[in-house]
Design a protein around this ligand. Structure first.
Ligand code: 4UW
Length: 465
């Protein structure tokens, strides 16, 4: 088990596939995580080795120390090397000249990648993805994604997250497309790279679409090479998507996925007419199920399957997905696995969707507790546990709410200890000092009591109301 803590760099591909080729498992870690967050994932995954780059050395070393990873097992790719620093670098690894190891694995059961996701409830869990899961998903999206060796794809979405790992890194390697790799999103660099490298397609999350639709600087660049843009990881607003398509004169699409599905399950094809003999659906949809998958919509109240409507949109139901891309399960967590994948092999996504008569899916709500900030996962349970360590907080619950811009943000409801004085800013700063930026609490409301069910479960629906 090897931890990978790195932003997008070309060596990510070598490291990731080197680990898999050696018969290991890569647990990819959010590059913005703090040392305690890194240590938590490494501990849960039982990682024996951590690979990072020098700008992240401090967090990586602190986490490695806490977990008991030795100096020679903390690899700093661009560091000074084993002799000078005690940490091997890329030259040490490549220079050793060792032959490729002779490895036999079962692709159906061997865990290749272990990204973390909070799933429907609770703390982040290791999502065990087999070689077959990863390979299947690349193959399933190939006819819809239509990537060719002539494509130049901008890779600004992180490879450590399943969206970038499959849809950018692995799909580009498989289809021989070229990736223009960016370690972080910066609008000017993004635009410069598209112009300079004649980028043909871009995969984004909705906040990038906001910048592209609104920022005046966009007009200063020749972006005419860019013909297709795919948004995913959070809902794309229909008007926003259309505004980007019009301004940049490109084909705007949407897809849907989750870590537990390796990740893609639904996509608007690059060429809907060629792939399916149909017209493009509205941009508020996430398109049709990918090949070799079975899908159901199920009424969460009754458990009844919702049929395709004769016209218009169906009633909303929870989306269930079955196929070779469904994860093996959550690492060392049989209960969470059984709660998520049923006996028939359907994965219950925790997302509510509607379908049109052709089976085109519209994601309309979330049943699960998960919050998405700019497409990144924010597990409420983790923030609630952290907030409860504050001496002035008696009880708390965190939910996602929409801010003035329509962006989902984490909001904490806080019950203070009797007689204690606490401000919203103090709560926000307390959390901000301990978590990665995307997990910050961005709104606070003080209330008298957290609404809970008889069994003590937080009634998040009541808080939302
Ligand atoms: N609309 C509404 C969407 C959408 C969405 C995701 O962090 P994870 O586990 O995984 C992802 C993966 C996103 C993704 C992968 C491949 C792909 O092609 C694509 O579209 C181009 C997107 O984000 O979070 C999973 C959860 O994120 C929400 C939903 O709640 C899901 O369960 N989500 N995409 N288009 N919500």
């Amino acid at each position: 088990m090897v931890g990978v803590l790195s932003p997008n760099i070309p060596a990510f591909a070598t490291v990731f596939h080197g680990i898999l080729r050696a018969g290991g498992t890569a647990t990819t870690i959010n590059a913005l995580f703090t040392a305690p967050e890194i240590a938590k994932q490494l501990t849960d995954a039982k990682a024996k080795m951590l690979i990072t780059i020098s700008p992240m050395f401090d967090q990586a070393a602190a986490a490695a120390k806490e977990v008991g990873i030795s100096d020679e097992n903390l690899i700093v790719l661009d560091g000074e090397g084993q002799e000078k620093s005690g940490h091997p670098n890329a030259v040490d690894l490549l220079g050793a000249g060792l032959p490729a190891p002779d490895v036999t694995i079962d692709p159906a059961t061997h865990v290749a990648a272990l990204p973390y996701s909070s799933g429907t409830t609770g703390n982040p869990k290791g999502v065990a993805l087999s070689h077959r899961n990863l390979v299947a998903n690349v193959a399933q999206i190939k006819p819809l994604q239509g990537m060719t060796p002539d494509d130049v794809v901008i890779a600004v979405l992180p490879f450590f997250h399943i969206y970038g790992m499959t849809v950018l890194l692995n799909a580009a390697l498989y289809n021989r497309g070229r990736l223009v790799i960016m370690p972080r999103f910066d609008l000017v660099e993004f635009l410069e790279n598209i112009q300079k490298y004649k980028v043909t397609s871009a995969y984004i999350a909705p906040p990038v679409a906001v910048a592209l639709a609104k920022h005046p600087i966009v007009d200063n660049y020749d972006l005419s090479s860019l013909h297709t843009m795919m948004s995913g990881a959070a809902p794309l607003d229909d008007e926003l998507g259309k505004a980007v398509a019009k301004r940049l004169n490109l084909h705007m699409l949407q897809g849907y996925g989750m870590s537990e599905l390796s990740p893609v399950s639904h996509l608007i094809p690059f060429d809907t007419q060629a792939a399916l003999g149909r017209e493009d659906p509205p941009l508020s949809s996430t398109g049709w199920a990918i090949p070799n998958s079975e899908n159901k919509l199920v009424d969460p109240a009754t458990g009844d399957e919702i049929e395709l409507p004769g016209e218009g949109l169906s009633e909303p139901g929870e989306l269930w997905v079955k196929g070779p891309n469904v994860m093996l399960g959550y690492l060392n967590n049989e209960q969470a696995t059984a709660d998520t994948i049923d006996a028939d092999g359907y994965l219950h996504t925790g997302d509510m969707a509607q379908v049109d008569p052709t089976g085109c899916v519209y994601i309309v709500d979330r049943l699960k507790e998960l919050i998405k900030y700019k497409g990144y996962q924010v597990p409420p349970a983790e923030l609630e546990a952290l907030l409860l360590t504050h001496p002035k907080i008696a009880d708390t619950a965190v939910i996602g709410v929409n801010d003035d811009e329509g962006e989902e943000i984490p909001k904490a409801f806080v019950v203070t200890q009797a007689g204690a004085e606490l401000t919203a800013d103090e709560v926000i700063e307390f959390v901000a000092a301990k978590v990665a930026p995307h997990k910050k609490v961005r709104a606070v409301e003080f209330i008298d009591a957290i609404p809970k069910s008889a069994s003590g479960k937080i009634l998040r629906k009541d808080l939302r109301k």
